[in-house]
Design a protein around this ligand. Structure first.
Ligand SMILES: NC(=O)c1ccc[n+]([C@@H]2O[C@H](COP(=O)([O-])OP(=O)(O)OC[C@H]3O[C@@H](n4cnc5c(N)ncnc54)[C@H](OP(=O)(O)O)[C@@H]3O)[C@@H](O)[C@H]2O)c1
Length: 264
């Protein structure tokens, strides 16, 4: 099957990384279903992709923090009868926090928006898949994670917990669904220069009286490749994980961090 006939759902499709992923996959000929909350941004993103010369794009809005919204998304996905060949699942971005004992309500909210909601959405996406490994038709799920999945970071206290939950869930799904030809891999990102992340570096620079470039050099001095990743580099890695490159890979957590993670 060529990429031109494959359909991929991308959540977080209007964000810094999601936009780059959609552009890359559109260029490769995939048909895309874009998901996020803001309808105006989804419409703009689809219009942009058409301008880039891609072919088949549409959107379904969803708020992953709401059971009702995820249920309505699932209903719409099933009703339109799309058969998905891939999913790029991006749980919403988690804000940095050093608070290691947040109140119970914070945990409930975070688990809902960053784990339970995205997992329900993923379940509905999986139910549309019709892989046939004997005919070389495989379905690929790429879950975007972060390096806190393998290494605790002091300023990402809640992320440390939720990313590990996703790693365990991805591995569990990979075991359960491998025989059907459904692959589940995670891509764990280090700092990635989305517009928001660039702005946050700028803010940190201003706070300590540095230029942007000075601060960027300081922040990346403990990364072997001496740089943060770019959204385009992430998009390339996603495309590769959706491709036949991963035909014998499932349950893998691939680090995309410039070598930052020291663990084996
Ligand atoms: N940038 C980094 O340095 C970095 C590092 C490690 C991991 N990551 C991970 O990479 C992924 C993408 O990050 P990003 O930097 O591209 O984030 P971003 O620019 O903030 O984009 C987030 C995307 O998710 C959507 N979204 C947010 N809340 C949502 C909700 N409740 N329900 C449904 N969609 C929602 C947003 O659109 P709406 O607001 O319209 O819903 C947007 O499309 C995230 O999982 C993030 O944790 C990023």
């Amino acid at each position: 099957m060529s990429e031109t006939s494959k359909v991929v759902l991308v959540t977080g499709a209007t964000g810094g990384i999601g936009s780059a992923v959609c552009a890359r996959l559109a260029h490769a000929g995939y048909s895309l279903i874009l998901a996020a909350r803001d309808i105006g941004k989804l419409q703009g993103a689809c219009a942009n992709l058409r301008r880039l010369g891609g072919q088949s794009f549409h959107w379904i809005s969803v708020d992953m923090s709401s059971d009702a919204s995820v249920a309505s998304f699932s209903h719409e996905l099933a009703a339109e009868g799309s058969v998905l060949d891939g999913v790029v699942l991006m749980p919403p971005q988690m804000r940095p926090t050093g608070e290691c004992q947040p109140p119970a309500d914070t945990w409930r909210q975070l688990f809902q928006s960053n784990f339970i909601g995205p997992l329900e959405l993923l379940k509905s996406a999986i139910s549309t898949m019709q892989p046939e490994p004997s005919q070389g038709r495989r379905a690929k799920i790429v879950i975007i994670s972060a390096i806190t999945s393998v290494q605790a970071l002091g300023n990402y206290a809640t992320s440390n917990v939720l990313r590990c939950a996703w790693l365990a869930q991805a591995k569990t799904l990979a075991f359960a669904m491998g025989e059907r030809g459904i692959h589940v891999n995670t891509l764990s990102l280090g700092g990635t220069l989305t517009p928001d992340y660039v702005a946050s570096i700028g803010q940190r620079a201003t706070k300590v009286g540095m230029t942007f470039d000075e601060r960027l050099a300081e922040e990346t001095s403990n990364i072997p490749l001496r740089k943060y990743g770019s959204p385009e580099e992430v998009a390339l890695a996603v495309e590769v994980l959706l491709s036949p490159f991963s035909d014998h890979m499932t349950g893998v957590n691939l680090l995309h961090d410039g070598g930052f993670t020291r663990t084996y």
